[in-house]
Design a protein around this ligand. Structure first.
Ligand SMILES: N[C@@H](CCC(=O)N[C@@H](CS)C(=O)NCC(=O)O)C(=O)O
Length: 254
């Protein structure tokens, strides 16, 4: 199996799942900024969508979309209980989590990474994200992992996306259950930082969501828990941007 990944991106989730599963795989870097593979070729030729993760099976079949990929991985090793059995209510609860993490948290963080996002729109994004993180924190009360006492692939995904808080000024310090969860997941060998990807980050700092060369732990985020669950005045909502012209790959041409 091959996993196309980019350091720090959501592909860390299937990376963790593969390691938890104990499956043999080749990790191929497909950086989100360049879309250029280590041999110099164009990643778009393999995945026309250009994004990671992408899983390629030994027979050449491809599987895209993180939540589908991690469930496929879990189903290869049912004894490891990385996902409840297909067809059960519990499996639907896992899918509920994967969908929530994907659409509410993962996509909640995305505009904060996008340099084109208007500055005045970001507080609204952070406010919405803060509500979703507060919900997640509440759901984790008294639990080891999102599904209860057993680690599942949803935990690797939640760990992955909440790790991004450090890069975009979202302070997780108000979310004690979430932080305890992150420490728990970080202690699992499968969630150890990919070698070379985060040069100066200690395991403890990794769990706290800070301590990289980009975001030292001693720097407190200006965005506190209370602030990002507040609301935004309607006048702060930006007006619609002018229509964009897109090329055949969907890239902006003007
Ligand atoms: N719907 C996809 C989204 C994956 C995604 O957002 N990937 C980002 C990194 S976290 C990416 O590769 N971005 C680069 C690009 O879109 O070209 C999934 O859930 O797997």
């Amino acid at each position: 199996m091959k996993l196309y990944y980019s350091a720090g991106a959501c592909s860390l989730s299937p990376h963790i799942a593969l390691k938890e599963a104990g499956l043999t795989f080749e990790a191929i870097s497909a950086p989100t900024k360049t879309h250029t593979l280590p041999d110099g070729s164009d990643y778009y030729k393999i995945n026309p969508l250009g994004y990671v993760p992408l899983l390629v099976l030994d027979d050449g079949r491809q599987l895209r979309e993180g939540p589908a990929i991690v469930q496929y991985i879990a189903d290869q090793v049912p004894d490891k209980k990385l996902a409840p059995a297909a067809g059960t209510f519990e499996r639907s609860k896992l899918q509920e989590w994967l969908n929530f993490i994907g659409t509410e948290l993962h996509r909640g963080f995305s505009p904060l990474f996008n340099p084109a996002t208007p500055a005045e729109y970001k507080p609204m994004v952070i406010a919405q994200l803060g509500k979703r993180l507060a919900f997640t924190d509440g759901e984790l009360a008294g639990k080891q992992y999102v599904m209860g006492d057993t680690f599942t692939v949803a935990d690797g995904y939640l760990f992955t996306v909440t790790n991004w808080a450090q890069y975009v000024g979202v302070d997780l310090s108000g979310f004690a259950n979430l932080l305890a969860f992150r420490t728990r997941v970080a202690a699992r060998p499968a969630a150890a930082p990919p070698p070379g990807a985060y040069p100066s980050q200690s395991a403890r700092a990794w769990a706290r969501g800070c301590g990289t060369w980009r975001s030292p732990c001693r720097v407190k985020s200006p965005v506190g828990h209370k602030r990002f669950i507040g609301s935004i005045a309607p006048r702060q909502i930006p007006s619609a941007p002018p229509a964009l012209r897109l090329d055949s790959r969907g890239a902006r041409t003007r």
